[in-house]
Design a protein around this ligand. Structure first.
Ligand code: PMP
Length: 322
């Protein structure tokens, strides 16, 4: 679908996957005016195709649009288009355990113009790809490096927007962490380097002394849809959960007192990713003997169960594609 100033969004169409042609001076290439989303379609044992809270992705896309001065999309229309696209060839969606169809909606600024100003033309596209199971042999705890030098984003900057620049800013630290043998970076706040924010492409939770805590949405943390679902699930189970500021010192102090029971990341790709090890300023801590904790496992089983239709969905999260 295209956008032209004065005309609005127009010409929605479904075409075979193919390269597109853009003018080399398109705004997106130079100033990064772009936003994106990520969600999945799952096939149940009965062959039904299900989406998980897709309306939240469209809502978040529009929040990113607002920050990036990209014209809003009609969320209902985008959802209808998405369902139509998924339903075109359902046989193409993988059905083996843990597999899914990854869906990537995104918008780019296409006006050929070298001045620094919002574009007057855009393209909204949705591409999809079958993806394999994230965990092939059960949940696998990740090793995380706490980042002390680089900053992913800040409140007042591109903050919570799901925009390319926030990911470009994270690449250097990701590279350093993988050279050191860590698979993810834990970002601290960009002002004091004190408060925990989130992991590469996941939000983060800690279980401390029976209570679950996750950083509050500070203006620089992506409001994850999995994060929101986990908070709702914990409340549903009457497990105490708090959204508040958490300093990295607090995590290490809880560990020293033997109160840090579990930590896990949440996101569309892995759903739940248990944390096995944290490294902060040369101090390494191993959580739960590097094994998956019981709460991480229960949350993973429940959420994936809802997504694949083996567990009842009391929240109305599932949207079936006819
Ligand atoms: N934080 C970041 C930076 C992410 O890229 C993602 C993945 N979209 C998440 C958190 C998790 O969000 P969600 O649960 O909506 O996938």
């Amino acid at each position: 679908m295209d956008y032209t100033e004065g005309k609005g969004w127009h010409d929605p169409r479904i075409v075979p996957y193919q390269p597109i042609t853009l003018d080399p001076s398109s705004v997106v290439f130079h100033y990064g005016q772009t936003v994106f989303e990520g969600l999945k379609a799952y096939v149940t044992k009965e062959g039904k195709v299900q989406l998980f809270r897709p309306e939240k992705n469209m809502e978040r896309l529009n929040q990113s649009n607002d920050r990036m001065v990209i014209p809003k999309i009609d969320e209902q229309f985008a959802l209808k288009a998405l369902k139509q696209l998924v339903s075109i060839d359902k046989d193409w969606i993988p059905t083996a355990e843990g597999t899914s169809l990854y869906i990537r909606p995104f918008i780019i600024a296409t006006q050929p113009f070298l001045g620094v100003a919002p574009s007057s033309q855009y393209k909204f596209m949705i591409i999809m790809s079958p993806v394999g199971a994230y965990y092939k042999e059960g949940l696998n705890p990740v090793k995380i490096l706490v980042e002390n030098e680089y900053v992913r984003t800040v409140k007042g900057g591109t903050g919570t927007a799901k925009t390319g620049g926030n990911y470009a800013a994270s690449l250097k630290a990701q590279e350093i962490s993988s050279q050191k043998g860590y698979s993810q970076v834990l970002w601290l706040d960009g002002i004091e380097h004190k408060y925990v924010e989130e992991v590469g492409s996941m939000n983060i939770f800690f279980k401390i002394d029976g209570k679950v805590v996750t950083p509050e949405l500070s203006g620089s943390i992506l409001p994850g849809i999995t994060r929101d679902s986990i908070i709702q699930l914990l409340k549903y189970w009457n497990i105490p959960v708090e959204e508040r500021k958490i300093s990295i010192e607090e995590i290490y102090e809880a560990y020293d007192k033997g109160l840090l029971e579990e930590a896990f990341g949440t996101g569309t790709a892995a759903v739940i990713s248990p944390v096995g090890e944290l490294l902060w300023k040369d101090r390494k801590i191993v959580l739960n003997n590097g094994e998956t904790g019981p709460l991480s496992k229960k949350l993973y089983d429940t959420l994936t169960g809802i997504q694949y239709g083996t567990v009842e969905d009391p929240f109305g999260w599932i949207v079936t594609v006819e």
